[in-house]
Design a protein around this ligand. Structure first.
Ligand code: BGC
Length: 348
């Protein structure tokens, strides 16, 4: 079901699409492919919206920390926005101190996507299309992107990304949903429990750029290889936590790049019983513990969002891969198709 969500300053209309299947309900905006709400039941059958967002387009445009949005052309950071590809130096938009974050000041999260609904067998969903022109935000090549959101009969939300280019470029697409399994606006996620199938992570410098040397998570606050309460080690005086004001790091998934989505993480809220299981084809997972939420934004349910009121689990290639030859490559060339799939399964 399609409805008008709002109008941008230049007159472009933004629509909201409602999807429901297998007990999961979601609303998706044509602006940024934003998941504006995602509702699932708790163990007593009570629904809550478990994704942070706004109830109007003006707030998204005024300055959203990527609530629910599609991220591109490059998820996470590129050191000083610079990289060299096939001998050519590129400077992409710098929007995070001296670095480039999530595609630059106007990333895919701020474009209006073409949205086409579909129903196929027992699935329902949306195809979202966006063309990023050659040179946009400094990236080479015209990039044609297609993202498919599918809600399955089991209530799983699946994202399939594909992209093609007409010049060599770098691509790293992801989704920036802020999860709070107890419900958006209900307070901290510190008592929710997380497990990540990773024995290493990529430590960062003060600007949150990976040093390039993955480190073991064993005996550090970064060890989520066994289920752990998120708040358990969050206040440990570990240099990496100080840099990021909490968790904001890339976990090196043990499975590596896989042709099919494989399970990589489970988030559980013991109070409601809601559980999110994630599977992906990607080699990395950015776990961000909502460190920069600071009580200045009023969410869709009317409550203020404060530090740690949600967390992001962004499947991805590693940050700054264009400058890190030892990381899996993010280069896409003409004739190749970028593919990435992530599946979110909800139980209670
Ligand atoms: C980044 C954070 C950033 C946030 C934007 C995350 O993906 O890792 O450093 O602040 O997005 O709100």
């Amino acid at each position: 079901m399609k409805s008008l969500f709002g109008t941008l300053a230049d007159g472009t209309t933004v629509h909201s699409w409602s999807l429901a299947n297998g007990g999961t309900r979601m609303k998706v905006l044509s602006y940024g492919g934003i998941v504006q709400s995602l509702e699932v039941p708790d163990r007593r059958g009570r629904y809550a919206n478990i994704s942070l967002g706004f109830d109007n387009i003006e707030d998204y445009v005024a300055g959203s920390p990527y609530f629910g949005a599609l991220i591109g052309r490059y998820g996470n950071r590129i050191d000083k926005g610079r990289f060299t590809l096939d001998g050519d130096a590129h400077q992409v938009d710098v929007n995070d101190g001296v670095n480039s974050l999530h595609g630059g000041a106007k990333g895919f999260d701020q474009h209006v996507w073409d949205v086409e609904p579909f129903a196929k067998g027992s699935d329902v969903g949306l195809h979202l299309h966006h063309t990023s022109v050659d040179g946009e935000m400094g990236y080479p090549g015209t990039l044609k992107v297609k993202v498919t959101y599918t809600l399955t009969k089991h209530g799983d939300w699946r994202i399939d990304y594909t992209a093609t280019t007409d010049k060599a470029t770098v691509v790293n697409l992801t989704s920036h949903v802020y999860w709070n399994l107890a419900g958006e606006g209900s307070g901290t996620i510190e008592n929710q429990e997380l497990k990540i199938a990773a024995s290493r992570y990529t430590p960062v410098d003060a600007g949150l750029i990976p040093t390039g040397e993955p480190a073991p998570v064993a005996d550090t606050p970064f060890d989520f290889s066994r289920t752990k309460r998120i708040g358990e080690d969050l206040r440990e005086a570990h240099q990496q936590l100080l840099y990021a004001k909490g968790f904001d790091h890339n976990w090196v998934l043990d499975k590596g790049i896989s042709p099919r989505p494989e399970w990589i993480a489970t988030l559980k809220d013991p109070s409601s019983g809601r559980t999110l299981r994630m599977a992906t084809t990607e080699p990395g997972l950015q776990f961000y513990s909502g460190n920069f939420l600071d009580g200045t934004l009023v969410g869709s349910g009317g409550n203020v969002y404060r530090q740690g009121d949600a967390l992001c689990l962004e499947t991805q290639h590693f940050p700054d891969s264009p400058n890190k030859p030892s990381f899996p490559s993010t280069v896409l060339r003409p004739g190749q198709t970028y593919r990435s799939t992530t599946v979110h399964s909800f139980t209670c």
